[in-house]
Design a protein around this ligand. Structure first.
Ligand code: ADP
Ligand code: 5GP
Length: 213
């Protein structure tokens, strides 16, 4: 009965489990999709073009910025990352909920540009656990891991900018929490198109008119 999909911004420190959680949601919750960002970083082993990211060089990324192809973009750990506008707008128009796995700078830009998005902060149970996850992922050199850990504490301190705080200790529990957030957001009254209640015969057109005056 809603006219548009829900835009769900999932942010939090690197290595906390955002992409793992988002992938879980897309497989568990029909009607959701994960936005594929553009990045100037190189693919990690096992990553594929167009699946985890669209991998581009700096010149292409700059051209895309000029063409206003991104709804937000940011430089994260020395590499550029951006969310493409067109697939996002198309999915929302079709009523599909779109998950954005983006950093705090990107989340801030979406807050300034999109009304009605939902902001979820994913936190680790502790910084030690976060360090272990970054090490186990084995995709970044030690100095890069140290850089990401250093930034994590500042990011967590800004949790109040988000609507929800999901502690990713046990993956299934955190997945269920994120799923619950999306399901609850879908049935919020402010997302409901009143006309659809008339079309379904749940409200008389005359009652609608009275309620509107
Ligand atoms: P992010 O997208 O936030 O950078 P990832 O989803 O890549 O993080 O997760 C980082 C690592 O932590 C991965 O190896 C992932 O399998 C692991 N991980 C994610 N969530 C959990 C969890 N709840 N418990 C244990 N390991 C986890
Ligand atoms: P990674 O290189 O580990 O895949 O991602 C590094 C960080 O960039 C993560 O915090 C991730 O959420 C963020 N990120 C991924 N895509 C985007 C994007 O399109 N925009 C922004 N602002 N951040 C992104």
């Amino acid at each position: 009965m809603s006219t548009s999909g829900v835009l769900v911004v999932v942010s939090g420190p690197s290595g906390v489990g955002k992409s793992t959680l988002c992938k879980n949601i897309v497989t568990r919750v029909p009607g959701t999709t994960l936005s594929v960002s553009y990045t100037t970083r190189s693919p990690r082993p096992g990553e594929h073009e167009g699946v985890e990211y669209c991998f581009v060089d700096d010149t292409t990324f700059r051209d895309l910025i000029q063409e206003e192809a991104f709804v937000e973009w940011a430089e994260v750990y020395g590499r550029k990352y951006g969310t493409p506008k067109q697939p996002l707008v198309e999915a929302l128009h079709k009523g599909i909920d779109v998950l954005l796995d983006i950093d705090a700078q990107g989340a801030k830009q979406i807050m300034e540009r999109f009304a009605g998005a939902v902001y979820v902060f994913v936190a680790p149970p502790s910084l030690d656990v976060l360090r272990n996850r970054l090490c186990r992922r084995a995709s970044d050199p030690p100095e890069e891991i140290q850089r990401r850990l250093h930034k994590a504490s500042d990011e967590i301190a800004n949790f109040k900018a988000y609507h929800y705080f999901v502690r990713n200790e046990e993956l299934l529990q955190a997945t269920k929490e994120l799923e619950s957030i999306i399901l609850a957001e879908r049935v919020k009254t402010n997302r409901l198109d009143p006309e659809s209640l008339v079309e379904n015969g749940l409200i008389e057109p005359v009652t609608m008119k009275k309620a509107a005056t």
